[in-house]
Design a binder for this molecule. Structure first.
Ligand code: ADP
Length: 255
C-alpha cells in the first residue's frame, strides 16, 4: 500500500469543508421541517372553514326549501367562510412566493404618501379616523406594493381590534425610517406578544372567526420588513391598546 500523506493545512481545510457541509445540511433540514410544518398547519386551517361550508350545505339541502331562516343563516355562513378561505389562500401564496430581497421590485417610495393613502382608504372603509403625522423626509428604495401591503396589514389590524381612532406616526432619521401604528383597542396579553408574528397564531380564535382573521397578516408584515432589512415589533397592554413599530433602513437597498 502506498501511504497517502496529507499535510496539516490540507487536513484543516478538509475539516473546515466538513463543518460547512454539516452546517448546510442542518440549514436545509431546518428549512424542510419549517415547510412541512407550514403545509400541515395550512391544511388544518383550511379544513375548518371547509367543514363549516359542508355542514351548512347539508343543512341547506335538508331544510333550505321549507325554512327561510335556515336558508339565510346557511347562505351567510357559506359566503363568509368562502371569503375567509379565499383570503387565506391568497395570503398563503404571498408567503410561499417568498417575501425575500430577491423578489422585491425596487423603486423610490415615499412612506408618508403611502401611509396617507392607506389611512384614507381604510378610514373610509371603517368610517373611522386614522391620523397621520409625518416628521422629516421618509423616502427609501423599496418595493412600493409590498410596503403598502405592510402598512395595510398593520392599520387594518389596528382598526379591527379597536373602536377608537388610530394614529400613524412616521419619523425619518439619517439612515432609517420608523413607522408607529397606535390603537386604543383590546391590546395583546404579554404572553402572546411574541407569538402574534407566528403563522396562523390568533389570540382569540373565536373572535378571529367573526372578524375574518386568518392569523397570517403579521407574519407577512414581518417577512416584508425583513426583506427590506427592517423589523416589526409590538408594545401592548391588554385593554389599553397596542403600538406596532416598523423600522426600515433608508439607505440599504440599491435601485
Ligand atoms: P389576523 O388575520 O387574525 O388579524 P394577524 O397575523 O394579522 O392575523 O394577527 C395575529 C393576531 O394578533 C390577531 O388574531 C390578534 O389576536 C392579534 N392582533 C394583531 N394586531 C392587533 C392589534 N392591533 N390589537 C390587538 N390584537 C392584535
Amino acid at each position: 500500500f502506498k501511504k497517502i500523506e496529507i499535510d496539516a493545512r490540507a487536513k484543516d481545510e478538509l475539516t473546515d469543508m466538513g463543518r460547512t457541509f454539516n452546517h448546510m445540511i442542518d440549514l436545509l433540514k431546518e428549512n424542510f421541517d419549517k415547510q412541512k410544518q407550514f403545509v400541515s398547519d395550512a391544511s388544518h386551517e383550511l379544513k375548518t372553514p371547509l367543514t363549516v361550508i359542508t355542514s351548512y350545505a347539508a343543512l341547506l339541502k335538508r331544510w333550505g326549501k321549507d325554512r327561510p331562516e335556515v336558508l339565510e343563516e346557511a347562505v351567510n355562513a357559506i359566503e363568509s367562510e368562502s371569503r375567509r378561505m379565499k383570503d387565506m389562500t391568497n395570503q398563503m401564496l404571498a408567503l410561499a412566493s417568498g417575501e425575500t430581497e430577491e423578489t422585491l421590485e425596487v423603486s423610490r417610495v415615499d412612506i408618508c404618501k403611502a401611509a396617507e393613502g392607506i389611512a384614507k382608504k381604510l378610514g373610509t372603509a371603517y368610517s373611522r379616523k386614522v391620523n397621520v403625522e409625518c416628521c422629516g423626509p421618509a423616502v427609501l428604495n423599496g418595493d412600493a406594493g409590498k410596503l403598502n401591503q405592510l402598512l395595510f396589514i398593520l392599520v387594518d389590524n389596528a382598526l379591527k381590534y379597536s373602536e377608537e381612532q388610530v394614529e400613524i406616526r412616521i419619523e425619518g432619521h439619517n439612515d432609517s425610517i420608523s413607522i408607529q401604528i397606535k390603537d386604543y383597542g383590546i391590546g395583546i396579553p404579554k404572553k402572546d406578544q411574541a407569538a402574534v408574528f407566528e403563522r396562523f397564531f390568533r389570540v382569540d380564535k373565536a373572535r378571529a372567526r367573526k372578524t375574518g382573521g386568518t392569523g397570517l397578516g403579521l407574519s407577512i408584515a414581518r417577512a416584508i420588513a425583513s426583506a427590506h432589512k427592517g423589523s416589526v415589533s409590538v408594545k401592548s397592554r391588554e385593554g389599553a391598546g397596542s403600538v406596532f413599530t416598523v423600522t426600515l433602513p433608508s439607505g440599504e437597498v440599491n435601485v
